[in-house]
Write a protein that binds this ligand. Structure first.
Ligand code: PMP
Length: 407
C-alpha cells in the first residue's frame, strides 16, 4: 500500500475516524517480559486451566458427533449446549429453558449484538462508573450518548441513580443500563440484595433495559451468595421483561472456547439472533460441543471448586502482602469473589506515573483511568489476583512498594 495514502483518505464511519484501542490491551506488550509479575489482565490463571478435562471433552465431542463439530450450526446455538446452559442458569436461581438461551461467541459478542438491536447513534445509555472498559468502548463505537452512574463500595447507588434520571432532559431518556452487579470489573463490588430489588423496580417503572453482565458471579470465595438480578426478577412484577443477562465460560472454564450466552426477553433475543446471522452465522460448533461435553461430564463443578479455592488463596496473599509492604501508600477493597481488587494511592499520587516505575520493577497493574467515562480518578488502580500464584503475589506487592517508594 502506498504510504502516501493517509487515514483521512478513507471514508470511515464516524466512530472509527479516530478510534482509541483498548487501553488495557496496549499494556499487554509488557506482560510477556521475562520475570514480569502482572496484576494487570483480567485473565484466568494459565496454571489453573483444566487442560486434561477439556482435552477429554474435545475428544468426546469430536468422536461422538464429528459432523455436528464440523458443520455450520444453529445461529442461536447448539440445542444440547443451550440445554446445559439452561441447567447452569437453574443452579444460579434462574428459571429458564433451552429456548431462552442464545449462545454467543463470548459474552462480549452478546453485548455488541444487543447494542445493534437497541442503540442508534445519539441514544442515551447508562453505565456504572468505574466500568468494564470494553463495555465503554462498545457504547462509544455504537455512537451512544453515555451517562455515567455513580457507584460506591456496594456498586450502583440506586437512590442517586433515581435522582439522576429525574434530572435528565426528557429527550435523553436512557434505553439501557449496563452493570456487572456481582464481583464487578474493576471494583470487585457486589450489589446487595436490597439495592438489586430497588434497581429492578426502577427498571420496570422507567422502562429501561437492565443489562446484567455476570462473568464472575460463580467465583465467590467468601460471604453469602446474592442471586443474579435475573433470578430476583421473578419476584418483582414485570421485571423479567426488562433484564438482559450475559453469562460466560471465559472466567470459569476458558476464554479460548469463546462461549458466552444471553438470556433476554423473547422480542430482544429474536432480534439478537438476526443480528448474529450477519455477525458470525453461528458460534464455532467445535467449541460449543466441547463446552457441552465439559459441562455435562461433571468435570466443570470440580474445576469450579478448585479455582474458587485458588482465587481465595491468591486474593488473601495479595491483600496481606499489600498491607505488609505498603500499609500507608495504598488503600484497597477486600472482594468476596471475582478477580479484582480496586485500590487507591494515598497522597494524591497518579497511578499512571507509578505504573512507569512499576514496569521498571517488573510488576504491572491497570491504572484506574481506563475504567472511567468522563472524569477519571487518577489515584485509582485495578489489581487482578487471578494470574500470579501466592509467592508471586507476595513478590509483586514488594516490587509495587518499591515503585511507590521511588515515586
Ligand atoms: N464482561 C466483563 C465484565 C468482563 O470482564 C469480560 C472479560 N474481561 C467480558 C464481559 C468478556 O467476556 P467474554 O470472554 O465472554 O467475551
Amino acid at each position: 500500500m502506498s504510504p502516501a495514502v493517509e487515514d483521512e483518505a478513507y471514508p470511515f464511519a464516524a466512530p472509527f475516524r479516530a478510534p482509541q484501542g483498548s487501553p488495557i490491551r496496549e499494556l499487554f506488550k509488557y506482560v510477556g517480559r521475562p520475570g514480569m509479575i502482572s496484576f494487570a489482565g483480567g485473565y484466568p490463571s494459565k496454571d489453573l486451566f483444566d487442560r486434561e478435562g477439556i482435552a477429554q471433552a474435545l475428544d468426546a465431542a469430536y468422536r461422538s458427533d464429528p459432523i455436528a463439530c464440523l458443520q455450520y450450526g444453529d445461529t442461536a446455538g447448539a440445542p444440547l449446549l443451550r440445554r446445559s446452559l439452561a441447567q447452569l442458569m437453574a443452579a444460579r436461581g434462574v428459571d429458564c429453558c433451552a429456548e431462552d438461551v442464545v449462545v454467543t461467541t463470548g459474552s462480549q459478542q452478546g453485548f455488541d449484538l444487543l447494542l445493534r438491536t437497541l442503540i442508534a447513534p445519539g441514544d442515551t445509555v447508562l453505565i456504572e462508573e468505574p466500568a468494564y472498559p470494553a463495555a465503554i468502548q462498545a457504547l462509544r463505537l455504537a455512537g451512544a450518548h453515555i451517562v455515567a452512574v455513580r457507584t460506591d463500595i456496594d456498586g450502583i447507588d440506586v437512590d442517586a441513580l433515581a435522582a439522576q434520571l429525574d434530572a435528565l432532559p426528557a429527550a435523553s431518556k436512557p434505553k439501557l443500563l449496563y452493570t456487572v452487579p456481582t464481583f464487578a470489573n474493576p471494583t470487585g463490588a457486589t450489589l446487595p440484595q436490597a439495592r438489586r430489588e430497588a434497581l429492578l423496580r426502577l427498571a420496570v417503572a422507567r422502562r429501561i433495559v437492565l443489562v446484567e453482565d455476570d462473568p464472575y458471579g460463580e467465583l465467590r470465595f467468601s460471604g453469602t451468595a446474592v442471586p443474579p438480578l435475573l433470578a430476583m426478577a421473578e419476584a418483582c412484577p414485570g421485571a423479567r421483561d426488562w433484564v438482559v443477562y450475559f453469562g460466560s465460560l471465559s472466567k470459569i472454564v476458558a476464554p479460548g472456547l469463546r462461549i458466552g450466552w444471553t438470556v433476554a426477553p423473547a422480542p430482544i433475543a429474536r432480534r439478537m439472533i438476526v443480528a448474529k446471522q450477519t455477525s458470525d452465522l453461528c458460534t464455532a460448533p467445535l467449541s460449543q460441543e466441547t463446552a457441552r461435553h465439559y459441562l455435562d461430564s461433571g468435570a466443570f463443578e470440580v474445576h469450579l471448586r478448585s479455582i474458587v479455592g485458588a482465587y481465595r488463596s491468591r486474593c488473601d496473599a495479595l491483600l496481606k502482602a499489600l498491607a505488609h509492604f505498603a500499609p500507608h501508600d495504598i488503600e484497597f477493597s477486600a472482594p468476596a469473589g471475582g478477580m479484582f481488587v480496586w485500590a487507591r494511592l494515598t497522597g494524591g499520587r497518579d497511578a499512571g506515573e507509578v505504573l512507569k516505575r512499576a514496569i521498571e520493577q517488573n510488576v504491572m497493574f491497570v491504572p484506574g483511568v481506563a475504567f472511567f467515562v468522563r472524569e477519571p480518578d487518577p489515584s485509582t488502580l485495578r489489581l487482578s489476583f487471578a494470574a500470579p500464584g501466592e509467592a508471586e503475589a507476595f513478590e509483586g506487592a514488594r516490587r509495587l512498594a518499591l515503585a511507590l517508594a521511588q515515586h
